[in-house]
Design a protein around this ligand. Structure first.
Ligand code: ADP
Length: 193
């Protein structure tokens, strides 16, 4: 089931965002599968306020990382919506986990902040590769298309502002609907000539 999806070339140049730079597109990938299998600098966890583990991607990350992850999370005193906190990756192939808390339901500024703060925490820690799950679109109920637009837009703006700080951003897609949504939106936010 796991596979690398191509970064689809843009066929409709009219769809290009103003100021979209094709050199940014080469730093962004779609990946279909389990985020816990990625051996990169940081994977992002769609956590909740308590940082005590949970269901969905949070549960999968804690299970794969082992009990030491929960022990470190307990020292962090929780995490506010739209914020992000970093831990080690323990038994994961990823070196670090960046725990962020997305909004419950539709709240664009809070979802944008979750992506933005995760990227800032990556940069502050001199990390260069990061993978995001589709934050808030599971149990937290954010509509998938609107969430994807915010995810891609926020990553686009961050890469444009800090082009030399990031080597790769991976959108880790678990559901077939998200694969379709992201493949379409990639042509707008990250077109390839
Ligand atoms: P939230 O509470 O923020 O909505 P969820 O974990 O319920 O978080 O869902 C967020 C997204 O993570 C959903 O698209 C879900 O399908 C996906 N997901 C669940 N397990 C994994 C996993 N192991 N790897 C990557 N994505 C996953």
């Amino acid at each position: 089931k796991d596979s690398i999806l191509k970064n689809s070339p843009s066929r409709d140049t009219d769809l290009k965002l103003d100021g979209t730079d094709a050199s940014l597109s080469h730093k962004v990938s779609l990946w279909s599968g389990d985020i816990t299998s990625l051996g990169i600098d940081a994977i992002v966890n769609a956590a909740n306020h308590l940082l005590r583990g949970g269901g969905g991607v949070d549960g999968a990350i804690h299970k794969a990382a082992g009990p030491q992850l929960l022990e470190e999370c307990k020292t962090l005193k929780g995490c506010a919506t739209g914020e992000a906190k970093i831990t080690k990756g323990y038994n994961l192939p990823a070196k670090h986990v960046i725990h962020t808390v997305g909004p419950v339901g539709e709240n664009a500024p809070a979802l944008k902040s979750a992506y933005q703060r995760s990227l800032e925490v990556m940069k502050e820690n001199n990390l260069r590769t990061i993978a995001f799950p589709c934050i808030s679109t599971g149990v937290f109920g954010y509509p998938q298309l609107k969430a994807a637009q915010i995810a891609l837009h926020t990553v686009h703006d961050f890469l444009k502002e800090h082009p030399d700080s990031v080597d790769r951003v991976i959108f880790c897609l678990f559901l077939p609907e998200d694969v379709k949504i992201y493949e379409n939106l990639m042509q707008i936010y990250f077109p390839i000539e």
